[in-house]
Write a new protein. Structure first.
Length: 166
């Protein structure tokens, strides 16, 4: 019997990269505090309605935080970070940063003209220079839980685009 890939896994090009920058567990737990607040609003009306409304509001709020999280992906020759996308041919060599270097890149060294997709609670950052002279954005600064994998995926896609197919 032949093994096949699971149908639930998203189709991805070999070497592709996709990451949802979802909130950390602590942010989700903090957001869940809206559930008892919503329940307190409806408590004078009816306790059953109060509990149902509290659970519904809490689940809805946490779900929206996850669903509306930006996606970072390298697929089909494009780097996508949130709403923006750029062909990898127009990018320079990506630099993966963690720790103090990442903090500096997100803070004091952050260029206001750069495209930013930065999320609190995610330590890693990838800084990618834009080589297109017509683009007013000098760099892209993108948060990633695995910045080395994101930088490698960008480099791999750049090489794949430059190499003629056989």
């Amino acid at each position: 019997m032949q093994k096949t890939a699971a149908r639930s896994a998203p189709a991805q090009a070999p070497g592709g990269f996709r990451e949802r920058l979802s909130p950390s567990l602590w942010v989700l737990v903090s957001a869940a505090v809206v559930a008892p607040m919503a329940a307190l609003v409806f408590a004078p009306i009816n306790t059953t309605v109060s509990l149902i409304a509290g659970v519904a509001v809490g689940v809805l709020f946490v779900s929206l935080l996850i669903v509306w999280s930006p996606v970072v992906a390298v697929e089909g020759g494009m780097l996508r970070a949130g709403r923006a996308r750029i062909p990898v041919e127009l990018l320079g060599t990506p630099v993966a940063l963690t720790g103090e270097e990442a903090r500096t890149a997100r803070g004091p060294a952050l260029d206001p003209k750069s495209w930013h997709v930065i999320r609190g609670g995610i330590d890693g950052v990838v800084v990618v220079p834009v080589t297109d002279e017509d683009d007013p954005t000098p760099t892209w600064v993108v948060s990633s839980r695995t910045p080395d994998r994101l930088a490698a995926a960008i480099r791999r896609d750049q090489v794949r685009r430059r190499t003629p197919s056989r």
